[in-house]
Design a protein around this ligand. Structure first.
Ligand SMILES: *[C@@H]1O[C@H](CO)[C@@H](O)[C@H](O)[C@H]1NC(C)=O
Ligand SMILES: *[C@@H]1O[C@H](CO)[C@@H](O)[C@H](O)[C@H]1NC(C)=O
Ligand SMILES: *[C@@H]1O[C@H](CO)[C@@H](O)[C@H](O)[C@H]1NC(C)=O
Ligand SMILES: *[C@@H]1O[C@H](CO)[C@@H](O)[C@H](O)[C@H]1NC(C)=O
Length: 465
């Protein structure tokens, strides 16, 4: 026993954690000292990471994790099964179930996220299928998020108005990605058999057909929310485009509301899937900066807006930031006009192949082509995701944002200053998000009153600056 304790203390510098319950798929079920499910998933083939490689090891017949509709589900999280209750297969119990409050004592709690900075949210997702072999990655929809997870072993998840499961069971999974500040780029997936209890007979279906991969959003008023798939990252067949050390998180930066995700149903999904009129292109007007006449937008349906290196540029409407393709290097630059610093750049693979041309294609792909028409830089995972025509704007925040015809963000560049890692996972949900109950489909207001209410929120938010 002494050896076991020592080993656990030694390994606690690494972030490892999982959800434990008899309903999990667990090929190491008989082992009360197992850390199999807590192993991170990284650089694996699809068969290795999908279902945590445990598809063949379902729970006993009839064993389910109950999700009370419109209620709370309490779970046990730990780096090792030993530190869970008898019921979950452990024998030592949770040692500090409800720490940190404040963040303290966590080194001893078998949470294995010692630093507050390391955690940025975990999530539960559900697939309305009873046969695990039929579940595809796009079948899972995230229905509950805890922003400061993993902060405590004894964790409660809020359950939205989920409808009943087919054949008395659904497939669920726990997901977690820790911040890259922890030093590694990994994801966690722990599937289990779940069942919705207290379901209302008129509860609307989850809008899985319109679920999308999450995308980052620094501007809360333009986050793509509604039904979304879990974030699959750093293994074969990912749905997240983030590079290494830029971990996507179940946090406000990705538009995740705290708690129950109420906008995932066919009658609450805020997206109508109807084309919206494109917002008018705003332009910088400042003769001193010599940017007059520059637009702020590249459009897939107007080839005259494509950026060719050697002079063409787009400038943010507030005149602060400029984007151009650098002659010779072919890099796409986003530069702060005040101090001349690059906020971000996308490098061409090969220098010296001018002219380079930055194009937004009708299928959502943004490519930088060299003189021979070879692609030198590309947006990851934007092709065919969304509805054209697409536009790439440089915003007043100094960022390139790719939007589709439905107004959804399809891609944004990150910033070299790492600002997303500075977002605290406990940041309150931005007021413009509302609580997810209000819907364009079911509310009685006219669109105009919604827009006015939205702007009132923006003005209230702005008045804090
Ligand atoms: C776990 O948390 C729930 C509330 O979320 C509480 O009722 C329960 O007593 C806690 N269990 C332990 C062991 O602290
Ligand atoms: C799932 O929940 C439904 C509704 O409460 C119930 O009829 C069914 O027996 C449950 N399934 C299992 C496996 O417990
Ligand atoms: C296409 O873009 C150019 C350059 O910004 C602009 O002058 C022209 O009016 C645009 N054409 C259309 C049809 O929008
Ligand atoms: C742009 O430069 C100015 C002057 O150094 C600075 O105050 C501002 O924060 C910079 N903007 C960004 C987004 O870095």
């Amino acid at each position: 026993m002494r050896t076991l304790v020592l080993l656990l203390v030694v390994t606690s510098v690494l972030s490892h954690c999982t959800f434990w319950h008899p309903s999990t798929f667990d090929c190491d079920r008989a082992n009360g000292n197992s850390d199999n499910l807590a192993q991170p998933l990284q650089d694996y083939t699809f068969d290795q990471w999908w279902w945590h490689g445990n598809l063949k090891c379902p729970p006993a017949d009839g064993v389910v994790f109950n999700l009370p509709a419109n209620g709370e589900a309490v779970v046990e999280l730990s780096s090792n099964k030993a530190f869970t209750s008898d019921y979950c297969g452990g024998y030592r119990g949770m040692n500090f179930p409800n720490t940190p409050e404040p963040w303290a004592g966590n080194e001893l709690s078998n949470i294995h996220a010692v630093n507050r900075e390391d955690v940025a949210g975990c999530a539960f997702a559900i697939a309305y299928k009873s046969d695990p072999y039929q579940v595809q990655p796009s079948d899972f929809v995230v229905f509950s998020v805890v922003h400061d997870c993993i902060a405590r072993q004894n964790q409660s998840f809020s359950i939205p108005n989920l409808p009943a499961c087919p054949n008395g069971k659904c497939m669920c999974s726990w997901f977690w990605i820790h911040k890259s500040i922890g030093g590694t780029d990994q994801m966690y997936m722990t599937p289990f058999v779940c069942n919705v209890t207290n379901a209302k007979s008129d509860a609307a279906a989850v809008d899985v057909a319109n679920a999308q991969p999450p995308r980052k959003c620094y501007d809360p008023s333009s986050c793509t929310m509604g039904p979304r798939n879990p974030m699959y990252w750093k293994n074969e067949r990912p749905n997240m485009p983030e590079e290494g050390h830029r971990a996507p998180t179940y946090s406000t930066v990705y538009g995740w509301r705290e708690g129950a995700q109420k906008d995932i149903f066919v009658n609450t999904n805020p997206y109508t899937y109807a084309s919206k009129s494109t917002p008018v292109e705003r332009k910088c007007i400042d003769a001193k900066l010599n940017t007059e006449g520059y637009g702020s937008r590249i459009r897939s349906d107007n080839t005259s807006t494509f950026l060719v290196d050697g002079g063409a540029a787009i400038v943010s409407p507030n005149c602060q930031y400029i984007c151009y393709v650098e002659a010779n290097s072919g890099s796409i630059m986003v530069v702060n006009q005040t101090d001349g610093n690059a906020l971000w750049y996308g490098s061409a693979q090969t220098r010296g192949l001018s002219p380079y041309t930055l194009k937004v294609l009708p299928d959502g792909q943004v490519n930088n082509y060299d003189k021979s028409g070879n692609i030198q830089w590309s947006t990851p995972m934007t092709q065919g995701v969304g509805v054209g025509p697409y536009r790439l704007d440089i915003t007043d925040g100094g960022q390139l944002v790719l939007s589709d015809a439905l107004g959804r963000n399809r891609w944004e560049n990150y910033f070299f200053d790492d600002r997303e890692n500075k977002f605290l996972s406990t940041s309150p949900d931005p007021a413009v998000w509302g609580n997810g109950d209000a819907t364009i489909h079911t509310v009685g207001h006219s669109d105009a009153s919604i827009i006015i209410a939205g702007w009132a929120m923006v003005l209230i938010a702005l008045s804090f600056f």
